[in-house]
Design a protein around this ligand. Structure first.
Ligand SMILES: [Fe+2]
Length: 156
């Protein structure tokens, strides 16, 4: 359903800061990273993966990078409701993670934190330079967590 939604907005908004191919690759690898992080942190992995998959929904809808986290809040709630897969509480939890994911220096709830960590790690793993200092700081902070995950048998 998410891929269909991306394609729908892809046809509606043709001027984009990021190509749709990147959006699809990034959300799918973030979802995988988030799923494993959630297992390691004792967080619901399906919720974490869904939040990671939806985190750039605002950019999908508007095509714009600027303000895309906040722009995703209401549209992602409407989308998640339409799927009939989530409770009201789960929808709010995912939507909050979407809304706050660009604030990489602030610490949010467990799902929000996984989204932020998976986002910077995914960027880094594709060899993309993280433009903001708060992103670099977060990446450095999770390097220790990654070492612990590797020791426990989780390979990212
Ligand atoms: Fe984002």
């Amino acid at each position: 359903m998410l891929i269909a939604e991306i394609d729908k907005y892809g046809a509606l908004v043709t001027e984009r800061d990021e190509p749709l191919e990147w959006e699809k690759v990034h959300i799918s690898s973030c979802a995988k990273i988030g799923y494993l992080m959630a297992l390691f942190r004792d967080v619901d992995p399906d919720m974490a993966a869904c939040a990671c998959a939806c985190h750039d929904f605002g950019r999908i809808v508007t095509g714009k990078q600027k303000g895309h986290a906040e722009a995703g809040y209401e549209p992602v709630k409407a989308f998640l409701k339409k799927t009939e897969l989530f409770s009201e509480e789960e929808i709010e939890q995912i939507a909050i993670a979407v809304k706050n994911h660009s604030s990489k220096s602030e610490v949010g709830g467990p799902i929000e934190e996984i989204v932020k960590d998976a986002d910077v790690l995914d960027f880094d793993q594709y060899g993309t330079e993280l433009p903001r200092e708060e992103q670099k700081r977060r990446l450095r902070r999770i390097e220790g967590v990654l070492a612990d995950m590797k020791k426990a048998g989780f390979v990212l």
